[in-house]
Write a protein that binds this ligand. Structure first.
Ligand code: SF4
Length: 349
């Protein structure tokens, strides 16, 4: 068996069964652009070819084991099980703008151990394959079909550090953007990173149209290093140099999670302005999703709003994000952690 994402094998099957290119195109569109079920897509192939495709193609590589829907803001958290029995998360976001997004994982666990992240507490298990990355989006689309929605934006901001999984990340993005498959615009894909300078530059050269977002969270080296162990290895001067290189391809994005009495003071604001000055940058101010076991607290909304408006006044393109999915264990890795802790009481679909 091989997966529906294996282009060479699918082509081999097409030739072996003498399927005409236009029939194959309809079949591919049904699978990837319309997210139809396997049996519904199969009937678009000539009858004589169906058994061979059915016998040799694996329709999905992840098993959806839980779906949790927010009752307040339309977010849905999906937990998938890999074939080797690991759990990963994806989050479907239905913002009021109507552009449905999915936040996906790139690794099982994560080695970066950021202090504000439930996934970081799990440690690293393995990289996800390109198939497992792609399957999160395809399965999300299959669920969304019932609502007449399709994923418009893909965000690599779930479990794992995508730039530590470059091989599979590159393959997955190529597939997302390929015209015969998902045909997503590169500008609708965002990859968030803790900041691995060499990989950031390599990534932006290969995919200049894809948005790279630096998880900055502090422009004070000592604060950032406390929050994010990787910041000791890759300090702020290296981040700035990488951002300057990336800015040659367009605007850069800086993510700033606001943590009470950690990175939300006057000194922090000044350091942030100094660090980003002169760059074509968009700053996202993000609320912290608190979770059990973390001593960190989010900055209250009025202070977040003040911080964001000060940045705007200073001339920075700034967006204040609001929390989505707060009632469905919104923090990255939180739901998987809960399921691992309460092993055996999950609600299977
Ligand atoms: S925030 Fe991202 S990079 Fe940091 S530990 Fe969590 S998953 Fe890893």
């Amino acid at each position: 068996m091989f997966s529906i994402y294996n282009i060479d094998h699918m082509e081999m099957l097409r030739r072996r069964n003498a399927v005409q290119p236009h029939a194959m195109k309809k079949f591919r569109n049904a699978l990837f652009k319309k997210a139809q079920d396997w049996d519904d897509a199969l009937v678009l192939l000539p009858e004589a070819a169906r058994a061979d495709f059915k016998a040799h193609v694996q329709f999905k590589c992840l098993e959806l084991v839980e779906r949790r829907d927010s009752v307040v803001d339309g977010a849905s958290k999906l937990v998938f099980r890999t074939e080797d029995d690991h759990l990963i998360e994806s989050v479907v976001l239905r913002p009021k703008t109507g552009r449905t997004s999915v936040c996906i994982s790139s690794q099982v666990g994560c080695a970066c151990r950021c202090g504000f992240c439930a996934t970081g507490e799990m440690g690293f298990t393995r990289n996800l394959t390109a198939d497992e990355i792609l399957d999160q989006v395809l399965q999300a689309n299959r669920l969304l079909r019932a609502e007449w929605r399709m994923i418009r934006n893909v965000v690599f901001m779930g479990m794992g550090e995508p730039l530590l999984n470059l091989e599979h990340l590159f393959k997955a993005i190529d597939f997302f953007c390929a015209v015969p498959f998902f045909h997503l615009s590169p500008s609708k894909i965002t990859v968030s990173t803790v900041g691995i300078p060499e990989a950031m530059i390599q990534f932006s050269e290969k995919f200049p149209g894809v948005q790279l977002a630096l998880s900055l969270h502090s422009a004070r080296q000592e604060v950032r290093a406390k929050l994010m162990p990787m910041a000791r290895k890759y300090p702020l001067d290296q981040q700035r140099a990488a951002l300057e290189r990336i800015a040659q391809h367009g605007k850069v994005m800086a993510e700033y999670l606001m943590l009470e009495k950690v990175n939300d003071g006057e000194e922090d604001l000044k350091a942030l302005e100094d660090f980003l000055r002169g760059l074509p940058v968009h700053i996202n101010i993000i609320p912290f999703n608190e979770y059990d076991g973390s001593s960190l607290r989010g900055t209250p909304r009025p202070e977040r709003e003040r911080f964001a408006s000060r940045l705007k006044v200073a001339g920075f393109d700034t967006t204040l994000r609001y929390s989505l999915g707060a009632d469905i264990s919104a923090a990255c890795g939180q739901l998987v952690k809960e399921k691992q802790t309460h092993n055996g009481v999950m609600h299977d679909l």
